[in-house]
Design a binder for this molecule. Sequence first.
Ligand code: PDD
Length: 283
Amino acid sequence: MTARVLANYNGKEMYLDEVTISPLDRGFLFGDAVYDVIRVYQKKPFLFNEHIERLTTNLDMLKIRCNMEAFQKDLHTTVANSPEQDGMIYVQITRGTAPRVHYFPDSSITPNVLIWVQGFDTTKHEKLWSHGCSVITYPESRWSHPHIKTVNLLGNCMAKQEAVEKGSYEAIFVNNDNYIMEASSSNVFGIQNGILLTAPTKQKILPGITRQFIFGLAKEMGLETKEHYFTQDEFYTFDEVFITGTTTEVMPVVKVDDKIIGSGEPGDITKRIQRLFFEKTRR
Ligand code: PDD
């Protein structure tokens, strides 16, 4: 039997399977909602302030007015009351429930706030963290604001599904100009001649919290970093590739489509970054 997942919906603590959502919820009808995923290590939400800052920016961009103080209090209570020591917090804030109109209804509408805390089983990831994963490339086919973390994820789901059907872990979006953007639920890094490369955000990709944390680790390691676009062909020739995300953490990539990256094993710099990341998160 799987353990019940502790949740909080609009300020009330309950189990996730007890939450009921109105069919007029704008997240359900229009995808009019933002979300975030925060990793919990030993009961402590990791990079919490950074996640809250991004969530607040996302809410502001969509003019969703949410009481962030009450929200943060509920979030900490749910983490404290959850039996999980290590896991992840899922947070979704929709504009609220209102008669169906396309424009944003009256600003007095109250957002619907969902929080849950679930255990995070790393066994599936552990093999990939040490041996590396394969990824596919996939045409950029998402809506034009992927820098806002909204629940409009069908493009991401389709890409990930194709990856899974091809026996790969992730799908990496390539835009019309042949540039590598990000993956369906992670950011992409490459290493060439000892330099760490990743695409700039420029409102084209999600400003990943883990991505930003990696810049800090690179600085600590004395590693040069460059944010610039690279083509799919350049990508295939990188010495090392890895992807990052809240649940992906630092995952080496050893194969992109049918091309082997480097020696086909996780690269040395990637392994050093990964080691440092694990040291900082698993003290
Ligand atoms: N996804 N890019 C996309 C499209 C993402 O969905 C995510 C995270 C990332 C990495 O961001 P961060 O480091 O802040 O987790 C990049 C989450 C984990 C998800 O949808 O489950």
